[in-house]
Design a protein around this ligand. Structure first.
Ligand code: ADP
Ligand code: UDP
Length: 235
């Protein structure tokens, strides 16, 4: 597959066309942002590490019957994926309270939730991705009821698969964000699954192994991302 023109420059990834209109190349960058772009920086080696972590996770999901955009790792920082029409709805699943859930509802961080919480956000940087519900989605034609029930079902299934796998690698899956899209009418998982888009905690110490180390200036950011990769690569 041949890499062609740059189509989109994102905050963490750049997207390129290929010689095949059905496929894209996603390049994972070291650039990091937080607080809706207010905080900007670089995390050494993040691009390469997140490409490898996402590759491992997409393969795991495919092995468990989840359709994803993943085709193959293209280079150290690049992934070849199916081109999707990304739905403008971001899906967050939470198992343990943290981040905006804790702030919004005044709950301490680290509380194990009785059941997973699923939230929808409107994917719009200018509006800072506001939270929405199914009524907003239908009223604004962001997705059909069939697609919403599809992404809901997939999000919970992905949560079950990842939670169990991460626990076997001594990590807790606190929360994560997913993006879905359509490839020739078929709904599938897109974007990335990495410490940029998930909260991973060490299962015994609850040490943060994700972007909260960057958001909160905790230090050891690259080391934490590398630790997640090492554990996922471990037998
Ligand atoms: P942002 O757009 O928020 O700055 P990124 O830097 O991660 O985020 O940019 C990657 C962009 O590529 C995102 O907007 C994401 O929705 C989009 N994307 C991810 N996977 C695909 C795909 N398979 N097809 C088309 N677009 C995709
Ligand atoms: N998340 C993300 N992109 C976003 C917003 C959130 O990947 O634009 C992820 C985030 O890393 C965390 C989960 O979604 O794993 C829940 O994030 P939260 O709503 O708590 O927001 P935060 O406080 O992290 O900004």
């Amino acid at each position: 597959m041949e890499k062609r023109e740059l189509l989109y420059q994102g905050k963490a990834k750049d997207v390129y066309a290929t010689c095949n209109p059905d496929y894209l190349i996603i390049e994972f960058k070291d650039d990091a942002t937080a607080f809706d772009g207010l905080k900007r920086g670089q995390i050494t080696n993040k691009g390469e590490i997140n490409n490898r972590i996402s590759t491992i996770i997409f393969r795991l999901l495919e092995d468990n019957g989840i359709h994803t955009h993943f085709y193959k790792q293209f280079s150290a920082r690049e992934m070849l994926v199916k081109k999707l029409n990304i739905l403008k709805v971001e899906v967050v699943v939470r198992n343990i309270s943290a981040g905006s859930l804790s702030r919004r509802l005044g709950i301490e961080e680290g509380l194990e939730l009785n059941s997973p919480i699923l939230e929808f956000y409107y994917k719009d940087d200018a509006l800072k991705d506001p939270m929405i519900n199914e009524y907003h989605i239908y009223a604004l034609s962001l997705a059909t009821p069939e697609q919403v029930s599809g992404i809901t079902c997939l999000a919970f299934k992905i949560n079950d698969i990842l939670k169990e796998h991460l626990l076997s690698k001594k990590m807790l899956l606190v929360d994560f964000k997913l993006e879905f899209g359509l490839h020739r009418e078929a709904l599938m998982l897109g974007d990335e699954i990495s410490p940029d888009t998930c909260r991973f905690w060490d299962a015994s110490t609850h040490d943060k192994l994700d972007k909260d180390r960057f958001r909160r200036d905790l230090g050891g950011v690259t080391e934490a991302y590398a630790e997640v990769l090492k554990r996922l690569e471990g037998a």
